[in-house]
Design a protein around this ligand. Structure first.
Ligand code: HEC
Length: 165
């Protein structure tokens, strides 16, 4: 037992640097793709809320469906600080009315918030927007996104919607 512990003590410091370099390699290779497309598979994430903004004059006009990855969902439900890597997607579709029935039409855009405490100028969230083909839209994350989220959702860590059972 004693020899095992001392072996473990010697092994851990030896392994830590190599594990760290593996982590850095992964982080490095993941970086160039970041923000190039909406998160893969978000349609299979938890669907946390739907909202219809029927006013055509509103900048938020459209059918909004909110999706949360596992980490974002856990915090949305229980409260507290969001962990880095938590992601929300607001999938925005056109509103098509037929005989009083309002249904989601073609995709208008896909909005994304990724928790990253390094994004200090935008409250620790990376804001991204994509066109219907999934190509990044040129946005000013502070003016086009954060200012509204900051003024309307400061108490809930800049996340507007509440989880709807
Ligand atoms: C005029 C205010 C306003 C602006 C500007 C705005 N949002 Fe939002 N956003 C909202 C509201 C309100 C909701 C919640 C809608 C609901 O409850 O269904 C929301 C929801 C979201 C969500 C789901 C998480 C949450 O906060 O509930 C994401 C992701 C999102 N917005 C991203 C963006 C991005 C990216 C931009 C900039 C391109 C942006 N938003 C600009 C008001 C705004």
């Amino acid at each position: 037992m004693k020899s095992r512990t001392s072996f473990g003590r010697r092994l851990v410091p030896a392994l830590v640097p190599s594990l760290l370099s593996i982590l850095f390699l992964f982080a490095g290779s993941a970086h160039p793709d970041e923000g190039a497309a909406p998160p893969k598979g978000f349609r299979s994430w938890a669907h946390s809320k739907s909202t219809l903004v029927a006013d055509k004059g509103s900048p938020l006009y459209g059918f909004h469906n909110q999706y949360a990855n596992q980490s974002a969902l856990a915090t949305l439900r229980k409260g507290g600080e969001y962990k880095d890597g938590a992601i929300f997607v607001d999938s925005v579709k056109a509103v098509v009315e037929t005989n009083g029935i309002y249904a989601p039409g073609p995709r208008v855009k896909t909005l994304v918030m990724i928790k990253d405490r390094k994004a200090e100028s935008t409250g620790g969230w990376v804001f991204q927007a994509f066109d219907p083909a999934g190509k990044p839209l040129k946005i000013d994350p502070v003016k086009n996104c954060f200012e509204c989220h900051q003024s309307g959702a400061k108490e809930s860590r800049f996340v507007f919607h509440k989880y709807s059972e």
